[in-house]
Design a protein around this ligand. Structure first.
Ligand code: ATP
Length: 277
């Protein structure tokens, strides 16, 4: 079979990792859709789907995720051996792995906007989407989807993003003065490597601590919005204290009471009067 150069590069970059298989697409609707089909057809644990371009990449609640050819990294990893109590931790696993890879490779200082976004300098550079697949009562697998903006053309137009967006290359330029290219498959391998390390330690206190240490707006006041049909309403507001053992968010309200925000379809925003946007 004739491979395109991207595919060869990808195979080389991933050579040392214990993956269950790799499917590469120059263009597809969404790596999440491809992963779901593969899962249904019996994909092994750690099967990976990578796409250069997604025509219908998605975020949570059916929102669009913008992916530009040659400028973004978009992939979905299938996990088959998942404890049904753990899916909520897997979004944190993806976010932590992305942060550590960006730190290790590029000395950047990413932060996690709980629950599913990675920020560089308070701008969104990466989104994570975790989807669970069930066969009756049985959890058949979880897919972790990760989209990262690498080059400027991957950043959606201002009016298409509900939160300011950025890309890795812009931050490397600010940091080094030069405009280095990001080797996306090297970054992919570095993320997968960290993800595999932490996957075996999801129950360890060090996992929650490492995730928590990277939370954006820690000790600041944040607002939590809940999606109701097409509307959003303010659910609560409080000082972001950290995470509990299940990866849920702990807020301290103005009256001193502690409130736990369950991992779910909520949206977090910093309070603008408090160093926010
Ligand atoms: P928010 O990021 O507004 O807090 P969210 O985390 O629920 O919400 P996601 O579902 O993760 O959002 O991602 C979808 C949203 O991200 C879109 O509605 C759009 O605002 C924004 N977006 C889409 N593509 C990109 C991209 N490539 N880079 C940054 N932001 C994007």
């Amino acid at each position: 079979m004739i491979q395109n150069p991207d595919q060869e590069e990808l195979q080389q970059a991933l050579a040392g990792l214990p993956l269950g298989g790799v499917r590469y697409f120059e263009r597809t609707s969404s790596t999440m859709d491809e992963a779901a089909i593969w899962l249904e057809g019996g994909a092994p644990d750690l099967a990976l789907v990578v796409a250069d371009e997604q025509t219908a990449g998605r975020g949570r609640l059916g929102r669009r995720w913008f992916t530009a050819p040659k400028a973004s990294l978009a992939f979905s990893l299938i996990l088959r051996q998942v404890d049904p109590r753990q899916p909520s931790l897997l979004t944190g696993l993806g976010a932590l792995a992305v942060c550590e890879a960006l730190e290790n490779l590029y000395r950047l200082k990413p932060q996690i906007k709980w629950p599913n976004d990675v920020l560089l300098n308070q701008q969104k550079v990466c989104g994570i989407l975790t989807e669970s697949h069930w066969q009756g009562e049985q959890l058949s697998g979880v897919v972790i989807g990760i989209g990262i903006n690498l080059a400027p053309s991957s950043v959606p137009p201002v009016n298409a993003a509900l939160f300011p967006a950025t890309c890795v290359q812009d931050h490397l330029r600010v940091q080094s003065g030069a405009s280095p290219q990001v080797d996306r498959f090297q970054l992919l391998a570095a993320i997968l490597e960290r993800l595999l390390v932490w996957r075996s330690r999801l129950q360890a206190t060090s996992f929650i601590q490492s995730w928590e240490a990277r939370l954006a707006y820690r000790h600041k006041t944040v607002q939590i919005f809940q999606a109701l049909d097409k509307e959003e309403s303010l659910l609560t507001e409080g000082r972001l204290e950290g995470l509990n053992a299940d990866g849920n968010l702990i807020l301290r309200q103005a009256n001193g009471e502690i409130q736990t925000i369950n991992f779910g379809e909520i949206r977090l925003r910093p309070l603008s009067s408090n160093g926010g946007l």
